[in-house]
Design a protein around this ligand. Structure first.
Ligand code: MN
Ligand code: MN
Length: 309
């Protein structure tokens, strides 16, 4: 009898250290996995409270009690029956060297994409999305962006690079097409004039049924290759207190889960979940929300990569 299980079983506490108890593999490009999970413990680009470098660790830990269901509610298939996944642990970089992190993350993602893998990446602060977009756009061309956040992250900020400016730089670099991109949950100041992204602001998102939001997103991105980026501060601080720049008036975890489930069938070629900062969390609320949203993303990939299973 195996006493160390890497596949789902009924233990809610025995950590296997890989997200959702998936196997660890430190040579993921050479594995036969369809999907690779990577943590990026980086938070030097945050402008608010720090601590998102410990996000990957917290989400992996919280994911242990999501791994016991044979078929995760309300899906009608078991993730591991369709999708072969590995967790390659965290990106290694000199923790004070932002430039090196960027170069290594871009190279890591490019290597995996060249090997035909799909990526789910955990932040870290939201800045990690820029090197990820560079790698994904190099492979798939200009991307449609589906972006959940309290902030547009399109600030010019004197041209600097931080976790609030990626989506200003991304279209300028030709990585993202704002005309086919959409931001959901925004509730902080931004310049509306010339803001090319479609926005569903938080008050609107709170008043709209999840299905209407889904339809708006689907119409915007069409059949383009999509990059899905989820900043946990899209959720109200009641549902995600553990984050660097919380803003009241966000959507519920329930609504976010429903929206993500509604995105099945879209050509989502890359995904990340960022800004979980466990030092400000309570009872693992935020880590569990992040892990749960990421698990829905994995179901979307299972359907995209193995539609016939
Ligand atoms: Mn944010
Ligand atoms: Mn953000």
């Amino acid at each position: 009898m195996a006493t160390i299980a890497t596949q789902p079983d009924h233990s809610l506490y025995s950590n296997a250290f890989g997200f959702l108890r998936q196997p660890l593999d430190f040579r993921p490009a050479e594995s036969d996995a369809d999907l690779v999970i990577t943590g990026v413990p980086f938070d030097l680009a945050t402008t608010g409270r720090g601590g998102a470098r410990q996000g990957p660790e917290a989400m992996r830990k919280a994911s242990v009690n999501l791994a016991w269901e044979g078929c995760r509610w309300p899906w009608d298939f078991a993730l591991n029956d369709r999708l072969k996944m590995v967790d390659c642990g965290d990106l290694v970089f000199d923790c004070g060297d932002s430039e090196q992190m960027m170069q290594r993350l871009t190279a890591h993602a490019e290597t995996l994409l060249d090997a035909g893998k799909t990526l789910l990446t955990f932040g870290g602060d939201h800045f990690i999305t820029l090197p990820l977009l560079r790698a994904h756009a190099a492979r798939f061309g200009k991307l449609a962006l589906i972006h959940f956040d309290a902030h547009t992250d399109t600030y010019h900020a004197g041209g600097r690079y931080d976790h609030g400016t990626m989506f200003y730089h991304a279209p300028k670099e030709g990585l993202v097409d704002p005309a086919h991109s959409i931001q959901v949950g925004i509730r902080t100041e931004y310049t509306r004039e010339g803001h090319g992204y479609q926005v569903i602001e938080a008050d609107e998102a709170n008043d709209m049924p999840a299905q209407d939001i889904v339809e708006t997103i689907r119409e915007r991105v069409g059949d383009l290759p999509v990059y899905l980026s989820f900043d946990i501060d899209c959720l109200d601080p009641a549902f995600a207190p553990g984050t660097g720049t919380p803003v009241c008036g966000g959507i519920t975890t329930d609504k976010a889960l429903k929206i993500l489930r509604g995105l099945k069938g879209l050509n989502i070629v890359g995904m990340d979940l960022v800004e979980v900062s466990p030092a400000y969390d309570h009872a693992d609320i935020t880590a569990l929300a992040g892990a749960s949203l990421a698990t829905e993303m994995l179901h979307l990939q299972a359907l995209r990569l193995k539609p016939e299973a």
